[in-house]
Design a protein around this ligand. Sequence first.
Ligand SMILES: [Fe+2]
Length: 407
Amino acid sequence: MSRETYDAVRSLTVELCRPLALEDYVIQSAPECSPAKWHLAHTTWFFENFLLTPLLPSYRPFHPQYGYLFNSYYETVGTFFPRPMRGLLSRPTVEDVYRYRAHVDEHMAQLLARLDAERDTETAFRVTLGLHHEQQHQELLLTDIKNLLALNPLRPAYRAVPHEVSVKIDPLTWLEFPAGVHAVGAQSDGFAFDNEMPRHRVLLERCALASRPVSNGEYLEFMRAGGYRDAALWLSDGWRKVNEAGWQAPLYWEQIDGEWWHMTLSGFQRVDPHAPVCHVSYYEADAFARWAGKRLPTEFEWEALAASVPVEGNLLESGRLQPAAASNASHQLFGDVWEWTSSAYSPYPGFKPQSGSLGEYNGKFMVSQLVLRGGSCATPRSHIRASYRNFFYPADRWQFMGLRLAS
Ligand SMILES: [Fe+2]
């Protein structure tokens, strides 16, 4: 684990905050979202709590109550401030939080300078985990800012990205693979979360996955065909949600004079029919697939296909910050949108959570959520891989979530 890698990840978080006004840092637009200020502090707390306090003898915490304010959900570490109230904290100030980051970075530099990663594999692993954790929060920071700016009638852009002429996409084709036993889960080389392990075998029937994600244009056909009004297309929980929430389109969509527009991180834009549809819940993805006479892939079908594909695509580094149309040849398995799968977020056979408090990182969430695969336009390139399992509740829509059909 090098100092350069640590500095690169930590400074990217700060870089992502650069377009924000001071006021943007503080507001929490929904209970599931967090203020940018909280993301900046919580990722810092992770290094303080899991590395500096236990492992650097000279270290003194920056503030005695920051552990309470910036612990997210680690019950074995201590109590924590209620999540839905994170946006009510005007103190510590943004400036205080940046000073907290500088304090922790300075001491992490000392710890990294002493670290013999070959011998102290546990510490090296925790540093790497802290950086992957921070990368997860880089994506959340962007999706939470999008949620915040989208509710503002001024429709502010987070960062104006030059408008690109859309690529006209080809009709869907199908990528078939034969029935057989496939190995899934993390390979032994490189970092992986505990929820990707152990690697194990699964039996897959013959199946076919679509050559690209479902586009906005295809999703508009579903909407125009009355998809949101036909109970027969929906799971019972989904139909209840459609009616309770009044869903008629993906999150952030708005119809003006018969045309669909949507809020993006570059401001309010006309919906590009060729780009992958985004900000749909599992329920909407499932209803679309049923309407299309297809289904959603399982996470293992997705992984079996993605394992042979290079990890490249419209990821955070492209700078687009929204899903984009691409040629059929790229398949868009990585980047653009996280793809809902029909797989429950459950432990793999033989799953063992990490020991100690870090065992709370993933394992305790393995109920009532579904797995999404492939990363999005807000996922850092070095953070995603074929075995990566993201997970959200079926009604969630604020992440860059889309779908790919299977048959
Ligand atoms: Fe976290």
